[in-house]
Design a protein around this ligand. Structure first.
Ligand code: HEC
Length: 150
């Protein structure tokens, strides 16, 4: 390889690094708003499975990973968390139609279909992968917990 292709590759690589760095500086909302509601979980087991598989996107106690600070992953993750919280947030008093009880059927459907936890999330958080028994336990626990949540 002559010198010219190397210079070209180097320039492109440097450009990519500068671009990723610049994009990573775009302000992104990675905040955890105050917890204003304490979900009364039906059992510590339900809470433990929920914490492993759902908490990061459906509570105000998100653990933001290192890669959530690097573009373009940062945009995707911040969007997921804000969309997830809008749909279901166990850190805030129930609002909207049906409250928490109204999320029971959707939760069951999502867990059974493999839609939740998000398939993009699982490989990066191996702990969130649930066995069939854990899924059944989480669904039963969500039913008991959300139907009693006021
Ligand atoms: C990586 C983030 C993430 C994780 C982890 C996650 N969710 Fe979600 N969830 C979302 C997003 C984003 C939405 C809104 C977009 C959508 O509807 O697909 C959502 C929507 C939902 C909804 C409402 C949508 C519907 O189908 O009615 C329910 C219920 C839900 N999630 C349950 C769960 C449960 C239960 C878990 C754990 C087993 C979980 N989620 C884990 C991001 C996540």
């Amino acid at each position: 390889m002559g010198i010219k292709p190397l210079v070209l590759i180097g320039t492109i690589a440097l450009g990519a690094i500068v671009l990723i760095g610049a994009l990573s500086l775009v302000p992104i909302n990675r905040t955890n708003p105050a917890v204003t509601y304490q979900m009364q979980w039906d059992s510590p087991q339900t809470k433990a499975i929920w914490d492993r598989a759902c908490k990061d996107c459906h509570s105000n106690e998100t653990v933001w990973p290192v890669w959530s600070y690097i573009a373009p992953a940062s945009f995707l993750i911040a969007n997921h968390v804000s969309d997830g919280r809008r749909q279901l947030n166990v850190s805030q008093p129930p609002g909207g139609r049906g409250g928490f009880a109204g999320k029971i059927n959707d939760s069951e459907r999502q867990i059974n279909s493999g839609g939740m936890p998000d398939p993009l999330y699982v490989p990066l958080h191996p702990d969130s992968a649930l066995t069939a028994a854990e899924k059944a336990q989480l669904i039963a626990g969500i039913k008991a917990t959300f139907s009693a949540a006021k």
